[in-house]
Design a protein around this ligand. Structure first.
Ligand SMILES: [Zn+2]
Length: 315
C-alpha cells in the first residue's frame, strides 16, 4: 500500500542546539568572567516555569544583557550555558514571584516554555538553550540543601555543581529519563488520552524509567500497565530534552503482541487502536471528529509520523 505523503519533516523542539556547551570552561571562572564582560554576552531570564522576553508583538527577543537582567530584580542562580560563535550565553534565574510581577510590564512578555514553543513566540534556535537553562535552574531551586546531611549547599562550576561544605559531597544536575512509545500491530497503533490533554488530543503512552530498569523493559511495563497490551521487540527512535522540569523523553516503537486493551483509569482517560488512515487524518488536522495528535514540537508527533512513514520497523 502506498504511503501518504505528509510533506517535509518538521523540526523537533528543543533539539539541535547551536550552543557549544564548552564544559571545560566551567572550572575556569576567570575565562567565563571574561566572556561575561564582553559586549556580546547575553542571558536568558527564567523564573521557575516562566520565561521572560522583550515583547515585540510577533517573534519576541529572549536575550538580555547582564545589566538588563539584574534590573529586573529578584535574582537567584546563574548558569553558564556555553558559547554561540564565541559569545557567552547564560541562564539567569529570578524567583518565580519576581517573574509573576513582571507580567504586568508592557515591554515584557512573560509566559511558559510550552506556549513559547507551540506558538513560535521566539526564534527556534532559542528553544534548546532555554530548555538547558530552565532545567538546570529548576534543579538549583530544588537543591538548596544537601540531600546527604541537610546542610546548605553552594553553587560552583559556573552553575553546574552544588557542593556541601559540611559533608564534602558534590551534587550534579540530574535528568529524569521518561520512555514515550508507540505500540503497533501492523496496521494499527495504540494511543491514549491523559485527563490533562485538551479534549481532542490523543498521544503516545509514556512513563518514567524506574531505577534498575532498562529502557526496553520500561516501555513494555508502561504499555502493559496503562493499556494492558503485551509488547515484544522495542526499537529506539529518537530522544528529546523535556525541561518540565528536567526530563529526557526517550522515543521508541514497540511491537504489540496482544490486542485486548485494559485501560488503567488512574493514569489514562482512555486508550484505543487507530488505523493508519485515521492517524493520517489526525496528523494533517483533517480528522472528521476533530481528533488530533500532539504538535510537531513534541516527540510524540514524530514517533507517530514515523510509524505512518513505515519507519517503525514493525509493519
Ligand atoms: Zn552534606
Amino acid at each position: 500500500m502506498p504511503r501518504p505523503d505528509l510533506g517535509p519533516k518538521p523540526h523537533l523542539g528543543y533539539t539541535e542546539s547551536r550552543i557549544e556547551r564548552a564544559a571545560e570552561l566551567r572550572m575556569n571562572g576567570n575565562a567565563v568572567a571574561m566572556l561575561a564582560a564582553l559586549p556580546t554576552a547575553r542571558v536568558y531570564v527564567i523564573g521557575g516555569e516562566m520565561i521572560v522576553m522583550k515583547a515585540s508583538g510577533g517573534v519576541n527577543d529572549p536575550l538580555f544583557t547582564f545589566n538588563e537582567a539584574a534590573d529586573l530584580g529578584g535574582s537567584a542562580e546563574i548558569v553558564f550555558l556555553g558559547t554561540l560563535e564565541r559569545a557567552g550565553r547564560w541562564g539567569f534565574g529570578i524567583t518565580p514571584q519576581t517573574a509573576e510581577t513582571l507580567k504586568a510590564r508592557q515591554d515584557l512578555l512573560v509566559t511558559d516554555l510550552r506556549s513559547i514553543a507551540v506558538q513560535g513566540l521566539v526564534e527556534q534556535d532559542h528553544l534548546p538553550p532555554i530548555a538547558e537553562a530552565k532545567a538546570v535552574l529548576n534543579w538549583h531551586l530544588r537543591h538548596r540543601f544537601c540531600p546527604n546531611c541537610g546542610a546548605p549547599t553552594q553553587v560552583t562550576q559556573c552553575g553546574w555543581r552544588r557542593d556541601c561544605a559540611q559533608c564534602k559531597t558534590q551534587h550534579f544536575p540530574r535528568t529524569d529519563p521518561v520512555v514515550i512509545m508507540l505500540a503497533s500491530d501492523g496496521e494499527r497503533c495504540l494511543l491514549g488520552r491523559s485527563p490533562r490533554f485538551v479534549p481532542s488530543m490523543w498521544s503516545c503512552l509514556a512513563g518514567f524509567v524506574e531505577p534498575g530498569e532498562a529502557i526496553e523493559d520500561a516501555v513494555r511495563r508502561e504499555t502493559r500497565e496503562e493499556a494492558g497490551i503485551v509488547t515484544g521487540r522495542v526499537r529506539y527512535f529518537a530522544s528529546q530534552p523535556w525541561p518540565f522540569p528536567m526530563s529526557l523523553m526517550i522515543g521508541c516503537h514497540a511491537q504489540a503482541l496482544t490486542q485486548e486493551i485494559t485501560v488503567d483509569r488512574e493514569e489514562l482517560e482512555d486508550a484505543r487502536w487507530f488505523d493508519r488512515d485515521e492517524i493520517v487524518a489526525m496528523l494533517t488536522r483533517r480528522h472528521a471528529g476533530g481528533l488530533t495528535t500532539p504538535p510537531p514540537v513534541a516527540i510524540a508527533h514524530h514517533i507517530i509520523r514515523a510509524w505512518v512513514d513505515g519507519e517503525s520497523g514493525f509493519d
